[in-house]
Design a protein around this ligand. Structure first.
Ligand code: BDR
Ligand code: CA
Length: 311
């Protein structure tokens, strides 16, 4: 089973990513780490615990809270899309389970140092925790099997140039993209092929159990906000795409390209500058995800949600 650490900021699509990662037999999720992003750090940590409770995940799965904001910039709000809790829609009780005592950054470092070089990091929020881990323990870069990032784009959703996760903490993104670790970038060009349509949501709603109901409630909310904010008919399940890639890399086509992160542009901070034309001479450092095999992706989600009801 492929070992992953899911670093997230739940988040509607982050919640789906957690459910897919915890529910799929070919992955071993070593822990969930949380970061400020879609909401403040205390809220994203609480939301992660709530997802674990809804899904009945084992208490032995650690949830470690991490950075409370970007490395150098103020935190951006995301409440127009995700609501004030960061995960509005379902009505959930306060979680009974507790956070693990270890800080997310220390957990990531420890897991990598204790590993045989077979742990994949899956950051699906701002890259603050991963950057801090790389700064605190540079030796870990060589021990990471792969980093599968949800972030970046050929077009932006936060500014015309930048995607939300990388715009939130461009300096952190730069550290990660320059780390030398094997990196796959799952940007908006890929995740906007993963829009949860009414037809897909009807299939989710037809499944039995608490998990499909939870997903339905999450996507009822975020479908509305995506309409209001972006005029889109359906919200993508961005973060779950990264997890799906860890389960089956054949779900994507990718291109190996040079990508650098803009940190200083007046209009372009957080932009993924992708050398598609090969004009810079800089060596390729990132596998950029380009196409999603939707005919395999949607069944993967449905099968995994359905499995929760059967245990
Ligand atoms: C990303 O931003 C967040 O709001 C989502 O959870 C996703 O990780 C998409 O740009
Ligand atoms: Ca996210």
């Amino acid at each position: 089973r492929r070992k992953i650490i899911l670093d997230c900021d739940p988040g509607h699509d982050d919640a789906v990513a957690i459910l897919l990662a915890a529910g799929h037999p070919s992955l071993e999720m070593l822990g969930i780490t949380t970061v400020a992003g879609n909401a403040d750090a205390d809220k994203t940590a609480r939301n992660a615990l709530q997802v674990c409770e809804v899904a009945g995940l084992p208490e032995t799965l650690p949830v470690c809270a991490g950075a409370s904001g970007p490395l150098v910039r103020p935190r951006l709000p995301a409440s127009k899309v995700h609501g004030s809790s960061g995960m509005d829609g379902p009505v959930l009780a306060q979680p009974r389970r507790a956070l693990a005592p270890e800080h997310a950054v220390d957990f990531i470092i420890r897991m990598l140092r204790e590993s045989a070089g077979d742990v994949t990091l899956v950051p699906v929020g701002p890259l603050t925790n991963i950057a801090l881990a790389l700064r605190k323990a540079p030796d870990i870069a060589a021990r990471i099997e792969e980093i599968v990032v949800m972030g970046g784009a050929y077009f932006g959703n936060k500014t015309p140039a930048a995607e939300f996760n990388l715009y939130n903490d461009p300096e952190a993104a730069r550290i990660v993209f320059e780390s030398g670790a094997k990196l796959t970038m799952v940007g908006l060009e890929l995740t906007h092929q993963a829009v949860a349509t009414p037809a897909f949501l009807a299939e989710v709603a037809a499944l039995e159990g608490a998990v499909p109901r939870f997903v339905s409630e999450l996507y009822a909310f975020v479908t509305q906000t995506y309409k209001a904010v972006y005029g889109m008919d359906g919200a993508p399940v961005h973060d779950a795409c990264c997890v799906a890639y860890c389960i089956d890399p054949e779900l994507f086509t990718t291109r190996h390209l040079n990508v650098v992160i803009e940190t200083r542009g007046e209009y372009t901070a957080g932009m993924t500058v992708i050398d598609r034309g090969g004009v810079t001479g800089r060596p390729p450092n990132v596998d950029v995800a380009e196409r999603l095999r939707q005919e395999r992706f949607w069944p993967l989600l449905l099968e995994t949600f359905a499995r929760y009801g059967q245990d």
